[in-house]
Write a protein that binds this ligand. Structure first.
Ligand code: PLP
Length: 359
């Protein structure tokens, strides 16, 4: 078996005309008020960015002093900084999970061990992580399984002499962020990584942050270039950490629960749903998955292949939760493929369907 391509991500599945169920950015984002904030921030683009106010805003939102906050160009930058700054003797990544942390560690020359969680539940077993691992990385909720581990199980991995890096890029997709460790200042070596990409539709802006003890934050910061986060990204950070914005994210997370229920209910019986989905995507196991994925593309759907995640294979597909009409149309096409029903003839122009045609 060839090694999975750790640098493959959902955006590589997209193509013109395909409906995007491969990238888990919330549909309809960024909201109009946030676009207004970004447009206004352009007026200040001539000056170098001043990270102070945004850092203070993020710190206040998580009940921490600013010295425990590192603003980054997306969560991805935080993983690279950790890989460059830390010197782990035994680095462990819990899989299946987002592959950038492991890719960044390997690129920085570290050996990486994998702890594979067992299907179909993919529940975290803290005892499965080697006691002498001095760097442990995991995601919560986890991409691609959508499993949300209990905060107590994640916290049990923290100990003196170990850095525990928790990727919480999807934390705000669960209402109230019930299992987040972002406000925990008592756990030794805990670094929590957050992102504005998913909930606010800012993948292209590159904006996120890390929270952790001041000494670790300083170590990571030492590997950043000067002015790493742009004026527009700083404006987004300030705007998206207000009480009102956080309340809006909570409302969106509640809608997500309903929409996820519609998708799960509509899926055909041949499809196995893995884990207990708690985020904005679901992990499916379908028979003959690679053929099914290809046929979904022919019918206009881009889903995320599973085989580039350690521990998964070509029968695993990750599917974004969208609004009900899209999910039902997708499920109907998936059922037709699994039952061997040929696609309807192409539209008169021979064009694939556009999202608005099914809404
Ligand atoms: C679990 C997880 N963490 C982090 C990221 C990257 O986030 P950012 O866009 O903030 O770099 C992704 C992107 O797909 C992700 O799925």
């Amino acid at each position: 078996m060839t090694a999975p391509d750790l640098r493959h991500h959902g955006d590589a599945e997209l193509a013109p005309g395909l409906i995007d169920l491969a990238v888990n950015v919330r549909a309809g984002t960024p909201p109009a008020w946030l676009r207004t904030v970004l447009h206004a921030a352009l007026d200040d683009a001539a000056g170098y960015p001043d990270a102070g106010p945004a850092r203070a805003a993020v710190a206040a939102a998580h009940g921490r002093p600013p010295g425990e906050v590192l603003l980054t160009a997306g969560a991805a930058e935080a993983f690279t900084l950790a890989a460059r700054a830390l010197r782990p003797r035994r680095a462990v990544v819990v899989h299946p999970s987002f592959t950038e942390p492991e890719a960044a560690l390997r690129a920085a020359g570290h050996l990486v061990e994998r702890v594979l969680l067992a299907a179909p539940a993919y529940r975290l077993d803290p005892a499965a992580v080697p006691a002498d691992a001095d760097l442990v990385v995991l995601g919560n909720p986890t991409n691609p399984t959508s499993v949300l581990h209990p905060a107590a199980d994640v916290a049990a991995l923290a100990r003196p002499g170990r850095v525990l890096l928790v990727d919480e890029a999807f934390a705000d997709t669960a209402p109230g962020e019930p299992e987040s460790l972002a406000g925990r200042r008592d756990l030794p070596g805990l670094v929590v990584v957050r992102s504005l990409t998913k909930t606010w539709g800012l993948a292209g802006l590159r904006v996120g942050y890390a929270l952790g003890p001041p000494d670790l934050v300083a170590e990571l910061a030492a590997h950043q270039p000067h002015w790493p986060v742009s004026t527009l990204a700083l404006a987004a950070l300030t705007a998206c950490t207000t009480t009102a914005a956080r309340a809006e994210a909570t409302v969106a997370a509640h809608h997500l629960i309903d929409h996820r229920g519609v998708l799960l209910h509509a899926l055909p019986p041949q499809v196995q749903v893995l884990g207990e989905p708690r985020s904005s995507f679901v992990l499916l196991r379908v028979p003959d998955g690679e053929r099914v994925r290809a046929q979904l593309r022919e019918r206009g759907w881009a889903v995320r292949r599973g085989d580039t995640f350690p521990g998964l294979d070509g029968d695993h597909l990750r599917v974004a939760v969208r609004e009900p009409a899209t999910s039902r149309a997708f499920a109907a096409d998936l059922a037709a493929i699994l039952e061997g029903i040929p696609p309807a003839p192409p539209t008169p122009r021979g064009q694939p369907r556009q999202p608005e045609e099914i809404r």
